[in-house]
Design a protein around this ligand. Structure first.
Ligand SMILES: Nc1ncnc2c1ncn2[C@@H]1O[C@H](COP(=O)(O)OP(=O)(O)O)[C@@H](O)[C@H]1O
Ligand SMILES: [Mg+2]
Length: 310
């Protein structure tokens, strides 16, 4: 069953910016779902609409079997959202924050204590329970904020760029927490990111969006397949980069070349590196470096859009 079904969703802000443009998507119940997109793609706009903070211009959303346009109140009680800015009160301890959250959701005190204890145990947060939240690092605060939002036992948890700006250690701790939420609590998780790696290691399913549109949608394997194609990056010293690109295009019309800054990227295939090195030496083309690189989000877009002929 799907936890979320989005149909032809559009959002035009008052200033005329179209943040969502006929967006379609389904998210399976129990999945860790990742919405990938660069800054400005429309990720936060979509999350704000799904969490009932913002109204769409047109289109329909069904969440947990309910119509978002008609039954927003019922939906709101069954979901939780952690935005980029934490909502946690930094003057209170984790314990105080959690019990306060319990009151907000009218959870009986006994039940609130039970939930708090179980969340603290599952996520290994006992060392944070009694000190004010202000004494912790940004990464820890984010995790405490998520634990706090789980007090209401939501069926879907929305996380908007949960690891942005984090160091590797905090990021790994966050990934562990997200996996645990799914495995221990069975919560459907909808998270956004602009890190390809995050989507690759964490998700069951993904969607890549650009300019408010759904460009790629499927299982993680689909993303891995796209990432499998690597590129040869040729950094050039020469300012005649366009001339060199033209030369390579004429000599090897089958190669897929992308020009970016002072580099040429060539979609890798067998023998390409050998041929390229030979030509560079023969023609005495000076270069700064040459090597294999993984594709970026932008490379994936170019590749996908080319294949789809958009
Ligand atoms: N409140 C707003 N009013 C007008 N335009 C907005 C507003 N919020 C976001 N936008 C614009 O909508 C587009 C999508 O933004 P956003 O949803 O924040 O993308 P993302 O989260 O992927 O970075 C951007 O062009 C952004 O400038
Ligand atoms: Mg955003």
């Amino acid at each position: 069953m799907y936890a979320i079904e989005i149909n032809q969703l559009s959002k035009v802000y008052k200033n005329g910016v179209q943040a969502l443009d006929g967006f379609d998507l389904c998210v399976k119940e129990g999945d860790i779902f990742t919405l990938l997109g660069e800054n400005g793609a429309g990720k936060s706009t979509l999350i704000k609409i799904l969490t009932t903070y913002l109204k769409s211009t047109s289109g329909t959303v069904k969440m947990l079997g309910l119509d978002l346009n008609k039954e927003a109140d019922k939906i709101r009680k069954q979901i939780a959202c952690v935005f980029q800015q934490t909502s946690i009160d930094t003057f209170l301890s984790l314990e105080e924050n959690m019990l306060f959250q319990g009151k907000l959701y009218s959870i009986p005190n006994d039940e609130a204590i039970k939930r708090m204890e179980s969340l603290i145990t599952v996520f290994g947060l006992s060392s944070y329970r009694n000190l004010p939240v202000s004494s912790y690092s940004g990464g820890v605060k984010r995790r405490l904020d998520i634990a706090l939002n789980l007090m209401s036992n939501p069926k879907i948890l929305f996380l908007d760029e949960p690891t942005v700006g984090m160091d590797v250690q905090s990021r790994n701790a966050m990934w562990d927490m997200v996996r645990k939420i799914r495995s221990e609590l069975g919560t459907t998780i909808f998270l956004t990111t602009h890190y390809l790696e995050e989507a690759e290691v964490l998700s069951d399913s993904i969607c890549i969006m650009k300019k408010g549109k759904n460009i790629v949608w499927g299982s993680r394997q689909k993303l891995t397949k796209l990432l499998d194609i690597n590129y040869i990056e040729l950094c050039l010293l020469n300012i005649n980069i366009k001339k060199i690109e033209k030369y390579l295009c004429n000599k090897f019309p089958k190669w897929k070349l992308i020009l970016k800054d002072s580099s040429i990227y060539i979609q890798n295939d067998k023998d390409i590196m050998d041929l390229l090195l030979k030509v560079l030496l023969q023609e005495k083309i000076q270069f700064e470096s040459i090597g294999y690189v993984k594709p970026s989000l932008e490379d994936i877009f170019i590749q996908v859009l080319e294949e789809a002929n958009i």
